[in-house]
Design a protein. Sequence first.
Length: 142
Amino acid sequence: MIHSTRSRQFLQLITALVYLLIAGRAALLPDRLAHGLGYTLHAPNGYSELFAVYVGVWAATAVLAVVAARRSDDPLFGDLLALFVLAQPVGRFLALPFWGVPVGNLFGMFVLEIVGAIALFAVRPSRPGPANPPAGATSASV
């Protein structure tokens, strides 16, 4: 484990940026995104589902990442973010025995999601002490 609040905030903000960018791309280019994933969108339900997951959930993940970075002294928000990131490769892993390994860019995303989640879990907030007092504490109360 690495104890560095600044490093943890950096990882969380990078995660926010990545998820915001991919949510924005999904919103602006839904057909292109779907095609790259092997989907074809034909009707309102297809677009609705794509926007629900690829725009809604990813934008919410970006917001959670910003909240985690702003509340970096509380590891709960960062750990929830790491779980959201980890949920994607876990889902992909569950599909492996039935449909095989993701191919192309999706395989890269699979690896990146695993590495990102591990990094988010591994970098912990700095330990409270004289140099890093708990949030809300004054130097006189530490």
